[in-house]
Design a protein around this ligand. Structure first.
Ligand code: PLP
Length: 368
């Protein structure tokens, strides 16, 4: 991969990569004459490949990961007035997907050492109105999805596993996106697998898939992925496992180069998990005053910006959302912290050689 651009520091890397395979795939779709269609050979091939990667689940391709979350919830039978549990720190669209159905988001606090929630927190959140939960694998930190599924299922609650940030990740060799009752993927423009836009819902449950297809059918397939979008994904899927290994090695190397920087901390990973990195997240070390933390982070981000370091702020989270719009299970202290102290390195640099990671580490160090 060409990581070095003479005008820029070598850690400034464009995405998506100008892969010749993508160009060839586009030309193939063009030559077939089918490139204006929604459901043709390209979509079929993509759905088959995704199914193979994800335990032979049924696959519904759609127009975005955001919509995939809503479709998954609808597929699991979530209706207006039901409750859906999610982390108080999560992708903003997941809160909106629950609201789009007229259901009520229920916020649970996250673990101090990551961005996901623990089974004990989930147990406290479940009420007789709870129909589903959303579990997102975020920022290179694999969620305890098997344990959360077990807790949810004991209570008769179903699980949306959001793997939009982590395609190709795994726990104990089992692919992320195979744990939930329905799972979702994103093919957005900055994502590890990109079609510019797009997403997918996967499930083994025929009723879930039928509900999704009925909802998506509005006289035509209203939220479809196009043939042209589908065409560019199989060649990216082919490289995903190797790319994920490289990103993982580079992320670990960067962590080792920064481990002694007192102002930041990294989360630990369960031994048997292999994450993939849409973002590589880390945290500024806790400060008693949250407002001061937000200011300190902004000052740091400004310094990153001056050096063109591709690190941004994490999600804002939902702690501030009006309690008319959601129910909160606790004071959400960790989610509040994460909203003010999370930093996210964007993934493209993680495919660069080790010397570029070293240059990046030096530039980051110079900002403290
Ligand atoms: C965890 C998570 N879920 C869902 C989405 C939505 O995906 P999309 O951008 O394809 O709508 C994102 C996007 O960044 C995400 O990070």
């Amino acid at each position: 991969m060409a990581c070095v651009n003479s005008q820029q520091p070598s850690y400034v890397v464009d995405w998506p990569r100008p892969l010749p395979e993508v160009q060839a795939a586009l030309q193939r779709a063009f030559a077939s004459g089918d490139w204006g269609r929604y459901a043709g050979q390209e979509c079929e091939q993509l759905a088959t490949l995704l199914a193979n990667m994800h335990g032979n689940q049924d696959v519904h391709l759609c127009s975005s990961g955001t919509l995939a979350v809503e479709l998954a919830l609808r597929g699991l039978g979530v209706n207006a007035g039901d409750e859906v549990v999610l982390a108080a720190y999560d992708f903003p669209g997941n809160f909106r997907a629950i609201e789009a159905i007229g259901a009520l988001p229920v916020l649970v606090d996250i673990q101090p050492d990551g961005w996901s929630y623990a089974p004990e927190q989930l147990e406290r959140a479940i009420s007789p109105q709870t129909v589903a939960i959303i579990v997102s694998h975020l920022h290179g930190n694999v969620a305890p999805i098997a344990e959360l599924c077990a807790t949810a299922h004991r209570a008769g609650v179903r699980v949306v596993e959001d793997a939009c940030q982590m395609p190709g990740g795994s726990i104990g060799g089992r692919a992320l996106g195979t744990f939930g009752d329905a799972s979702v993927l994103s093919f957005g423009g900055s994502k590890l697998l990109t079609a510019g836009r797009g997403g997918a819902v996967l499930s083994h449950d025929p009723l879930v898939m039928q509900r999704i297809r009925v909802f998506a059918e509005r006289g035509n397939d209203a939220f479809a992925l196009s043939e042209l979008q589908a065409a560019v994904l199989p060649c990216q899927l082919e490289r995903l496992a190797l790319d994920n290994q490289i990103r993982h090695a580079r992320a670990n190397y960067l962590r080792s180069l920064l481990i002694d920087v007192a102002a930041i901390r990294f989360s630990s990973l369960p031994d048997n998990s292999l994450p993939s990195y849409y973002k590589f997240g880390f945290r500024l070390n806790a400060d008693p005053q949250q407002s001061e933390m937000t200011t300190a982070r902004q000052q740091l981000l400004n310094r990153f910006d001056e050096r063109k370091i591709p690190i941004g702020a994490g999600f804002r989270g939902f702690v501030q959302r009006s309690r008319r719009r959601c129910r909160a299970v606790s004071d959400l202290i960790e989610a509040r912290r994460a909203a003010s102290d999370t930093l996210l390195l964007h993934h493209p640099v993680l495919l660069c050689p080790a010397n570029v990671i070293e240059e990046l580490a030096m530039a980051i160090r110079a900002c403290f």
